[in-house]
Design a protein around this ligand. Sequence first.
Ligand SMILES: CC(C)(COP(=O)(O)OP(=O)(O)OC[C@H]1O[C@@H](n2cnc3c(N)ncnc32)[C@H](O)[C@@H]1OP(=O)(O)O)[C@@H](O)C(=O)NCCC(=O)NCCS
Length: 165
Amino acid sequence: MSNKVEIRRQRVSDAKRFFEILTNPNFIYFTANPKSMEDEKEWLRGNTLRRKQNFAHSFSILYKNDVAGGCGLKINQHRQHEGEVGYFVDEKYWGNGIATKAVKKLEKIGFGKLRLKRIIILMNPKNIASKKVAIKCGYKKEGLMKKAVFAKGKYHDVYLYAKVK
Ligand SMILES: CC(C)(COP(=O)(O)OP(=O)(O)OC[C@H]1O[C@@H](n2cnc3c(N)ncnc32)[C@H](O)[C@@H]1OP(=O)(O)O)[C@@H](O)C(=O)NCCC(=O)NCCS
């Protein structure tokens, strides 16, 4: 059994694991909570088009032969040299460095094949784990973006972390 962290393109067959992971009520700072398995499958089916349109590039995180989470890069459609990283990991694996390793791999794709010049990470200021992931991966805090994210009926401030090539 491999303890290594790998990332690969998401598959529709990952829906069951993603649904289990993302419906965790402890994901308080994460906004992509699928309503049903079919909802999740539909989202995963849309990945091919989003990738082809250079809208988003999504990956599953593999650990111990399990789908342990997901990560991806959303391309800024107004400034296509900039991508935003997102990530999540199953709670049962938290604190093992999985997100940090996955972001490092994702970044290689971003600065490499996708030719990005700037990668950003946004997070709720209270999301300590996410902040630590950004710092451990070498991202620098650029500031607080006021009311930048609309989620669950409200506008939220988010920290902006970034790395440039
Ligand atoms: C954020 C998340 C992806 C981190 O995944 P992970 O695999 O546990 O991350 P890592 O192990 O690489 O790093 C997390 C770090 O935060 C630390 N941490 C976690 N919760 C913490 C807390 N409440 N206070 C202080 N440190 C905390 C961990 O100890 C670890 O630091 P360390 O390596 O110095 O020990 C995971 O918590 C998650 O999926 N959360 C829900 C979804 C989410 O919020 N995604 C990010 C949206 S911006």
